[in-house]
Design a protein around this ligand. Structure first.
Ligand SMILES: [Mn+2]
Length: 333
């Protein structure tokens, strides 16, 4: 089905139905929240009933989008009922359905029409309509295109939400998938009143002083070898510096400043047998593929996974895999 036809199909679901659930992934981010919140306002403009649900907590820096007023407003049992009774469930930015966590089963077993809007390569599971384009830098681009296609009245709140989505997932218009379409949309949103400098500050300048000092301590111990750079963050370190996993968001972008490396990894020990792995690539190493091999997901140049192995073991296995990919590329060249 052509993209426009998909947008019209989605518009048709909206026209014919009343109860909507918008849902996204655990470790929620600016793209997921911004996309859902813009879509929420559109549904409300059209007199729909709508709940926004994300598994896990919401980083407080996104409160300027009124996350506490709009997201996870119900108890778990009410949410379960909303999901079961929904006419349409729209799943945003999910990358892999198991990132719905505790809502995976309820969503899967709901009788609702299920729509997925995503910019990750994704093998659709149980959905009725997939609007997926892995050339987009953010899911927010797809939401904007849809709103444009249906001639929605994009309010200032919607514009700020969509700008947040695109700004955060593009790393402030720097990452590989940033395109002329990205700038066209950003330009439209700016015309609608969004202030780019203020948005940058809200999304990227909200780190705390203790967090920056902890980053310093970590970066001193940056390891580099054969174009691979990596950081290992133990639970003790996290505890000692009073850090949450989300406080390390962005440190990998600092590591990228090393022009001598092309693949980057951050290993964060969240629990005794739970390590989060973030991966970035600046060359032809497809870290999305590596992440999928370990049960995660993501893009060619940015991906991640979690592993139940011990920290050192996960570090060893991941680096081995990256090295073997780099060796294979070397063979081809
Ligand atoms: Mn995204």
């Amino acid at each position: 089905m052509h993209r426009d036809q998909k947008y019209y199909q989605l518009a048709d679901y909206i026209r014919k139905n009343k109860k909507f659930v918008l849902i996204s992934h655990v470790h929620t981010d600016g793209d997921a929240l911004g996309s859902m919140i813009a879509f929420y306002y559109y549904l409300v403009q059209n007199d729909k009933k709508c709940a926004i649900v994300v598994p896990g907590r919401i980083p407080p820096k996104y409160e300027f989008l009124n996350t506490s007023g709009l997201v996870n407003r119900s108890t778990d049992s009410e949410t379960k009922r909303f999901i079961a009774d929904a006419d349409v469930i729209v799943i945003f930015d999910i990358s892999s359905m198991d990132r719905l966590e505790q809502w995976y089963e309820p969503v899967k077993s709901s009788q609702a029409y299920k729509v997925c809007m995503d910019h990750h390569p994704l093998y659709p599971e149980f959905t009725d309509l997939d609007i997926i384009d892995d050339t987009c830098v953010a899911t927010g681009e797809l939401v904007f295109q849809f709103l444009e296609k249906v001639k929605a009245d994009i309010s200032f709140e919607m514009a700020e939400a969509l700008y947040t989505a695109i700004l955060s997932d593009s790393g402030s218009f720097r990452f590989q998938q940033t395109s002329k379409e990205t700038f066209r949309i950003a330009s439209r949103l700016t015309e609608l009143g969004v202030d780019p400098a203020q948005m940058y500050s809200r999304v990227f300048e909200k780190n705390h002083r203790h967090q920056l000092k902890a980053w310093g301590n970590l970066l001193i111990n940056l390891k580099s070898e054969d174009e691979i750079s990596w950081l290992v963050v133990s639970r003790e370190f996290m505890r000692e510096h009073n850090l949450r996993a989300e406080d390390l968001e962005g440190i990998i972008d600092i590591m990228r400043k090393d022009g001598g490396s092309s693949v980057f990894a951050v290993f964060t020990e969240k629990e005794e047998n739970l390590t989060l792995v973030g991966l970035r690539s600046k060359n032809s190493i497809n870290v999305g593929r590596i992440a999928r091999e370990f049960g995660g997901g993501g893009h060619f140049h940015a991906a991640g996974f979690s592993s139940s192995g011990r920290l050192e073991q996960v570090v060893g296995e991941t680096l081995d895999r990256i090295r073997s990919y780099m060796m294979r590329l070397g063979d081809v060249a």
